[in-house]
Design a protein around this ligand. Structure first.
Ligand SMILES: Cc1ncc(COP(=O)(O)O)c(C=O)c1O
Length: 345
């Protein structure tokens, strides 16, 4: 058998390998991390989620217990504050309780959602990110910085120094003992590094904390407004809204029924996939996609301070016009109202 390094990592056949825990919704950076770090993708446990895409802490606990019994060493749990597909927020406080119980590092992926925790009315579950040992934030997402400016915050700076600080004879950066310099090469993997933080700092200085809070609050309000517009349209199905991601899909009126046959379900996925491709190649709006409870959905993620209520109001019309045209072109004869079981009142 060839040794699959990315799958089994440097642990190989070790009897006490390390394990990582994320959910089925954790972004795929975790796979890259597992392969790059040498732990191997096989070290990841994808913990199940509830109907809203949130990690189930009881399943996490059970997975850790079962690993411990098998001699595996739990190493890190990743909770997500705003999943990439639907913006779901894991129950961070409950996950942290599990991490504490087993002395496992708790990392929170707040790449997208973390800045929303600064809002005065932020949901308590989002504020749970304060419990993390480390937190990833992407200022190029919801802090409005130009791409790219990834950032990780670590609760205890001594952990960074323990991992990254080296004092070879050719580095003489100690400076004045009374006013020692902050040598960033001791705080992260890079030695030579650019000043990415400058653009983040300038943005924060320009808008101020209150300005950024306002822009984030506006984005959230727009995503909710989009959800209401979609909900009100008889040919659209509203799926999720959290915190500034709204998912929905186009459903022709004659297929908009309580219980759909599997064939209709499959057709709606195909229809929405084609619809998304067409919308993306057009100039009116740009949506991405999500899979919501097995269904192909259109996804609007509002993180641009230039988006307005007028833009959001225009979305249903554009989507439905394109949806109708594609439905007319591609609907197979077998898929008609008769394939559905009971019409909605
Ligand atoms: C929750 C989450 N984590 C991680 C990432 C990856 O971010 P980047 O592309 O900046 O590496 C994304 C990107 O959408 C994300 O939404």
């Amino acid at each position: 058998m060839p040794w699959d390094l990315s799958q089994h990592g440097l642990n190989g056949e070790a009897s006490n390998p390390l394990a990582l825990y994320g959910s089925s919704e954790t972004h795929t950076w975790l796979d890259k991390f597992a392969a790059l770090s040498g732990l191997g993708i096989g070290s990841i446990r994808r913990i199940s989620t509830d109907g809203k895409g949130r990690m189930q802490p009881s399943a996490l606990r059970a997975a850790i217990e079962s690993d411990l019994q098998a001699g595996v060493r739990p190493c890190m749990v990743v909770g997500t504050a705003g999943t990439v597909s639907t913006g779901a927020i894991d129950p961070l406080r409950d996950i942290q309780t599990v991490c504490r119980a087993f002395n496992v590092w708790f990392h929170v992926d707040g790449a997208y959602g973390a800045p929303a925790a600064a809002l005065p009315d932020a949901p308590d579950e989002l504020r749970g990110l304060a419990e993390a040992d480390s937190l990833a934030v992407d200022p190029h997402k919801w802090l409005y910085a130009p791409i790219e400016a990834g950032c990780v915050l670590v609760r205890n700076p001594a952990n960074l120094q323990a991992a990254f600080s080296h004092h070879p004879p050719y580095y003489r950066f100690d400076g004045d003992a009374k006013d020692p310099p902050l040598n960033y090469y001791e705080w992260g993997p890079q030695n030579s590094r650019g000043f990415r933080a400058l653009k983040v700092w300038v943005g924060i200085r320009y808008a101020g904390r209150a300005g950024i809070q306002q822009m984030i609050a506006d984005d959230i309000a727009l995503a909710r407004s989009l959800y209401s517009h979609v909900e009100a349209h008889p040919e659209l199905e509203a799926l999720t809204a959290s915190p500034s991601i709204t998912t929905f899909r186009y459903v022709p009126s004659d297929l908009n029924v309580e219980r759909r046959s599997p064939e209709v379900g499959e057709y709606l996925d195909v229809l929405n996939e084609k619809l998304l491709a067409q919308l993306q190649s057009g100039v009116d709006l740009y949506l991405s996609n999500a899979i919501v409870e097995g269904r192909f959905a259109l996804r609007a993620c509002i993180v641009n301070f230039r988006t307005t209520e007028r833009d959001v109001q225009a979305v249903p019309g554009v989507v439905v016009r394109a949806g109708r045209a594609i439905d007319e072109q591609i609907r197979p004869p077998a898929i008609a109202s008769s394939s559905s079981t009971s019409a909605r009142a």
